[in-house]
Design a protein around this ligand. Sequence first.
Ligand code: SAM
Ligand code: SF4
Ligand code: F3S
Length: 471
Amino acid sequence: MSNREKIVVLEKDMEIQKNYIKQIKEYIGKSKKIPTACVQTFGCAQNENDSEKLKGMLLSMGYELGNEPEKSDLILYNTCAVRAGAEDRVFGNLGALKHLKRKKEDLLIGICGCMIQEEQVVERLKSKYKHVDMVFGTHTLHKFPQILYETLEQQHRVIAVEDSDGYLVEGIPQKREDPYKAGVSIMYGCNNFCSYCIVPYVRGRERSRDKEDILRECAQLVQDGYREITLLGQNVNSYGNDLDSGIDFADLLGEINRIEGIKRIKFMTSHPKDISDKLIETMAECENVCEYLHLPFQAGNNRVLQRMNRKYTKEHYLSIIDKVKKAMPNITLTSDVIVGFPGETNEEFLDTLDVIRQVEFDSLYTFIFSPREGTPAAKMEDVLSREEKQKNFQTLVDLQNQISKKKNDAYVGKTVAILVDGVSKNNPEMMAGRTEGNKIVNFEAKTAKPGQIVPVKITKAQTWALIGEEV
Ligand code: SAM
Ligand code: SF4
Ligand code: F3S
């Protein structure tokens, strides 16, 4: 059996899950009231995408979807393990559900996602969170109908966790959250094992979906009126490495760009070690691929980068940025940075600030290092105190805020294409939308309707958003 055959979940196995969906639907059909399910998501775009699948399955089973746990018959947490803070929040919320369960005996509580792939989390749930009815990991998400059926049928908790390298599953129904913007997973898992990161342990090995499945999904989304498609993967640049066809990410992007009617294509995340000249050229050439690149650099110092197992240097990173800027002078650039990696000195941190000054990112996602059990960095020695790390973090945020404002100032007077989201949250008299590079624009509308792409002249810049008027 080839590796591909081992990881692809067969249609006949998905038929079994469909059958569970049918049985739950019949069961619900017999009750007097339509039950409500509330799915709460923590973590990244991949998890959001998984939650849309959980919601799709729940709708097929006959559930209604809601946002209020207190009014729900089923509460499901889809969890993230990337930093301790995310896990603490889940445990806090889960603890608070104890009294709700006491008041409402037939309430079902489920927890799934990345945290559940950690052994110590499952042990803690088993011993201290006995009010949780369903526990399932990332590799058993497609078996949710069976897990729910067994919980309902047997009236006892079901724990379905598989220690595996992961599967490729097609055909799960999906309830999209946004009417115009959709995420499409092109691959799952990660092989990079950056020394601080839990993702490879909880998401399994890299596996790419077949090109035909991705193209079919994108074409359907365009037909359904979606304007923007974001291709998702932990490292989209390694798309195709596990396929025999020789296709790479740039080829895939080129093919998606040719889908009739597609307007905006984005992707995340890219790893600097794998970004190719071919990809940069493809981005520049493809008229529907947005001039937007999220390219995490994590740290500016080469010794730190090596200890992070990132497999590139500061110089290499800056050379990629140079090429990208030459090919697409209007590109919007964003990145992820970790402050306080174990062993990072104050002097080494200055290299991080130097990268930020040289590149001038439009915005940054900044994190203080959080030790994750089982990763090599969790055992590395610290040299900086908590206070010093916090101080460095603040220095970085202040520097980036200045740069973000300067980058936004450069938009004043220009006319940019905005994908309209709807009425502005800050001012009900204005509409809000996003540029190609994901910048928020609040603007005075003339005829603009949600879902349209309209020209907006920028009249004012703030650090986090732009203000303008429809042309
Ligand atoms: N695959 C992407 C990449 O390589 O850039 C993103 C993965 S992760 C879900 C998103 C970000 O979380 C990372 O880029 C990193 O900056 C941050 N991160 C991951 N592990 C972390 C940790 N242990 N402590 C703090 N930040 C972390
Ligand atoms: Fe984590 Fe590194 Fe993989 Fe990104 S590339 S998911 S940071 S191990
Ligand atoms: Fe978190 Fe899992 Fe994403 S650990 S960041 S939800 S892949």
